[in-house]
Design a protein around this ligand. Structure first.
Ligand code: HEC
Ligand code: HEC
Length: 315
């Protein structure tokens, strides 16, 4: 029981209120569950997702990070120290994964508590962790190197659209995780309020495309899906419900291309998009309500479709 209370205390400190119902449901197994597991899910998996596909992710899965570090033959202490060193100062000279930096860009510096990182590293080292289904084959093929799967010839429109979506997601993710760690969830709401659209817009300028992050249940009314977009969101939801593979939708016009791809929730998102009183703290909820009186974007669980990238670019 002690472990359980301790876990809640850390989650509380991080502003990641776990939902009560969940805790009750998992009380039995929590006794055996390593505290680093929940901490990793909350703090790292938004980028290092164990379920995202090979081509729609913004960072390597944790299993890849673990293998790269362990390939160098490390004791647990050395492993923990190496992870901590990276988090405290993620610079190119410290990397053990240059291929990942080339593919995803370097990881942003976020001020996580040292204890959190040590717990996560301990969990990573001592436990078997979840890996994406494509991982083993990919890892074999690249002989352990996490390299860019080089495409032959020109990239398809689907690949171009995906590149825009991923780079925008990555910018938003870095800024959001930074705001949550340095200022807390409640202030991060205000950060999203003033910066989310401007970051998305600036990525549009950089890529010479129109990049929008829209939803069928929008928080900001400016992000409401139009009739056509609502239809696509519904079709993505159906694929997810039937556990079918989700591929981007690409529509070619005379001169331009439209690209659509769903945006899914993970555990981290629930502190602002989950259930009020369970995942969302009252202070956060109040801030959301004051900035967005007609907010519809709550009540989500992890791994649901929160919205969609709607991107248009010239041929
Ligand atoms: C905002 C997105 C994001 C978050 C959140 C994030 N990472 Fe990363 N991380 C990346 C990206 C992108 C890379 C790959 C590029 C690189 O190595 O810098 C990476 C790489 C790493 C590496 C390998 C570094 C190297 O190059 O040797 C480690 C270790 C790591 N992350 C640990 C963590 C841990 C632990 C957490 C949670 C406390 C975390 N990351 C959270 C984006 C993120
Ligand atoms: C700190 C609170 C916070 C967290 C955490 C958070 N969001 Fe949001 N989200 C917001 C706010 C505030 C807005 C409205 C931004 C604006 O005004 O443009 C928003 C808007 C969005 C939108 C645009 C559509 C809309 O409803 O306006 C999507 C899509 C979205 N979030 C998805 C996610 C996903 C996926 C995650 C987790 C990876 C996440 N959010 C995590 C606060 C948050």
């Amino acid at each position: 029981m002690k472990k359980y209370v301790y876990l809640l205390a850390i989650l509380g400190l991080l502003g990641g209120c776990k939902n009560e119902e969940n805790n009750q449901r998992t009380t039995v197994s929590v006794e055996e569950e390593h505290p680093g597991k929940a901490l990793m899910e909350l703090n790292c998996n938004a980028c290092h997702s164990p379920t995202a596909g090979k081509n729609d992710r913004i960072a390597p899965p944790m299993i890849a990070v673990k293998r790269h570090y362990l390939e160098q033959g490390m004791s647990k202490d050395v492993f923990q120290a190496a992870i901590l060193k990276w988090i405290e100062n993620p610079i190119e000279e410290h990397t053990k994964m240059p291929g990942a930096i080339k593919k995803f860009g370097i990881m942003a510096k976020v001020d996580y508590p040292k204890k959190t990182i040590n717990q996560i590293a301990d969990y990573l080292y001592t436990n078997k962790i979840e890996k994406p289904d494509w991982f083993d084959e990919h890892y074999q093929k690249n002989k352990g190197k996490y390299e860019i799967a080089s495409e032959n010839g020109l990239p398809s429109y689907a690949e171009i659209g995906m590149k825009y979506a991923i780079s925008t997601k990555s910018q938003l993710g870095k800024n959001l995780m930074g705001a949550i760690q340095s200022r807390g969830t409640e202030e991060a709401v205000s950060f999203c309020n003033t910066r989310a659209i401007s970051i998305t817009d600036s990525m549009s300028v950089v890529n010479n495309a129109t990049i929008k992050r829209i939803s069928d249940k929008a928080r900001n009314p400016k992000n409401k899906a139009n009739v056509e977009e609502l239809r696509y969101i519904a079709s993505f939801k159906e694929l997810l419900a039937n556990e079918k593979e989700i591929k981007p939708i690409v529509e070619e016009g005379e001169e331009s291309v439209r690209f659509y791809f769903p945006i899914k929730t993970n555990a981290m998102c629930l502190q602002c998009h989950g259930k009020q009183g369970e995942d969302i703290r009252l202070s956060t909820y109040n801030r959301i309500k004051s900035l967005y009186p007609s907010d519809e974007a709550i009540g989500y669980e992890a791994n649901q479709i929160r919205g969609m990238w709607s991107i248009q670019f010239d041929k």
